[in-house]
Design a protein around this ligand. Structure first.
Ligand SMILES: CC(C)(COP(=O)(O)OP(=O)(O)OC[C@H]1O[C@@H](n2cnc3c(N)ncnc32)[C@H](O)[C@@H]1OP(=O)(O)O)[C@@H](O)C(=O)NCCC(=O)NCCS
Length: 167
């Protein structure tokens, strides 16, 4: 797992040089995220390296998971509520210079830790994978696909705490 990174809320950080290799994700960080934050549609957390360069970011917002998207081995242990409260990692990107060094995993762990500390209860983390490569990354962390939307994945907080946070 990466170390030496600081994770904080997006503020007046320099975003111009950020390049993940996905132009949509880079443009969103440069041009749109501030508006979404202002409208309370999303939060954005950034990872900074030792010299303060922006190495990665993710957005985090409230969502819900319909019970019908979860497999039977999970719903068997849940009440018959129509949906479960969740935290949505809507976007996650790592600058190309820092990819495949564990930083993406570290940001998912950071989101899980924030979800565990949140005052409204959060049952699961949900992510939208932009590509099969991204889905492979999330599957590797223990996420499972929604039953009817394969590019949307989830992991119960209890599961991620056990797997990645050692609880
Ligand atoms: C996908 C992304 C977020 C992963 O972050 P990362 O810091 O590079 O990933 P990590 O180093 O934490 O990877 C952990 C494990 O996930 C898997 N993984 C990571 N990237 C992968 C990829 N592109 N394809 C398949 N598996 C991948 C690997 O098993 C990896 O472990 P390994 O490097 O020891 O083999 C990052 O590469 C990225 O920003 N890509 C461009 C933008 C993007 O696709 N974002 C996702 C949008 S939903």
């Amino acid at each position: 797992m990466s170390s030496g990174f600081r994770i904080e809320l997006l503020g007046k950080h320099d975003r111009a040089a950020f390049s993940s290799g996905d132009e949509d994700l880079d443009r969103y960080l440069r041009a749109q995220v501030t508006q979404d934050i202002r409208r309370r549609l999303s939060n954005c957390f950034v990872a900074l390296d030792a010299v303060g360069a922006l190495a990665g970011y993710y957005t985090f917002a409230a969502t819900s998971v319909p019970l019908t998207e979860l497999p039977a081995d999970i719903t068997r242990r849940l009440p018959r509520y129509p949906s479960m409260p969740a935290g949505l990692i809507g976007r996650l990107a790592i600058d190309q210079r820092f990819q495949r060094q564990g930083l993406g995993s570290l940001l998912v762990v950071d989101a899980a830790a924030r979800a565990m500390r949140a005052e409204p209860a959060i049952y699961a983390l949900v992510v939208d994978a932009k590509s099969e490569d991204a889905a492979a990354f999330y599957l590797c962390l223990g996420f499972q696909r929604f039953l009817s939307q394969p590019m949307r994945l989830f992991i119960p907080i209890a599961e991620i705490a056990r797997r990645l946070l050692g609880h």
